[in-house]
Design a protein around this ligand. Structure first.
Ligand code: URA
Length: 236
């Protein structure tokens, strides 16, 4: 299959050779089908696979698959945990109360979700009753998000909450309150764990040291990092 081999070697990432009997059409049918880096040439076929995906049992209870919103060429990617009720109904991530707060947080440092940010989730289907996604569900969905990261190619990734950190950097064992606001280099990208907006909604105090105040520090650091990356790119 020469075209397929070309596709994998052109991916620009460490390409794992696909198994001999690899059939990309089978990806949505089972989590046992691998999604090697470089499988998708663009986000459109990835979204098509997601929309018909049956790789885990969340497919049985979802209304819509939630793939992404925002700019697919954005320098910043925000990765949430999983869709809630509103997201499941609308098929878009972060459109409920957490999403409105996320927009405000980003807007406070002049970041625009249509321009500067691409938003998605660790799992693309709503866990029933908004429970945390299970390890099997995260693992079944993970190759899709790794492909989204490769294709969007963000310089900065914001991991909202513990599940998001676990989904992207499984080796990270420190708790979210320890690592929030710190930069973690992962696969050549600058990742920052931040508190989940839903947690801020439950803890509305703006007093120093409280979650909202911490978020304000963290988002200013994100803005500064973006400005720094842009300034470096201009010099080169
Ligand atoms: N919370 C998340 O983590 N993601 C969403 O899309 C909405 C709420």
């Amino acid at each position: 299959m020469p075209e397929q081999i070309d596709l994998f070697s052109a991916s620009g990432v460490e390409a794992t050779p696909p198994p001999k009997d690899f059939d990309p059409d089978k990806i949505p049918t089972s989590a046992s089908v691998p999604i090697p880096p470089g499988t998708y040439e663009s986000l459109a076929p990835l979204a098509d696979h997601c929309k018909s995906c049956q790789r885990c049992e969340l497919a049985e209870t979802r209304t819509n698959v939630v793939v992404s919103r925002g700019n697919p060429k954005a320098p910043i990617m925000v990765i949430g945990e999983g869709p809630g009720q509103q997201e499941d109904e609308q098929g878009l991530p972060f459109v409920g109360r957490s999403g409105q707060l996320l927009e405000k947080i980003l807007g406070s440092v002049r970041l625009d979700t249509e321009k500067d940010v691409y938003i998605c989730n660790i799992v693309k289907c709503r866990p029933p009753g908004n429970r945390n996604p299970l390890a099997g569900e995260i693992n079944a969905c993970r190759p899709y998000i790794l492909e989204q990261i490769r294709l969007v190619d963000p310089k900065i990734i914001l991991l909202t909450g513990a599940t998001s950190v676990k989904g992207i950097i499984p080796s990270e064992k420190r708790g979210i309150t320890k690592i929030r606001g710190t930069w973690i280099e992962w696969e050549g990208r600058q990742c920052m764990p931040i508190l989940h907006p839903a947690y801020l909604l439950r803890n509305p105090s703006r007093d120093p040291g409280k979650p909202k105040w911490l978020m304000w520090q963290d988002i200013q650091a994100v803005r500064a990092k973006l400005d720094e990356i842009r300034a470096e790119a201009e010099v080169q």
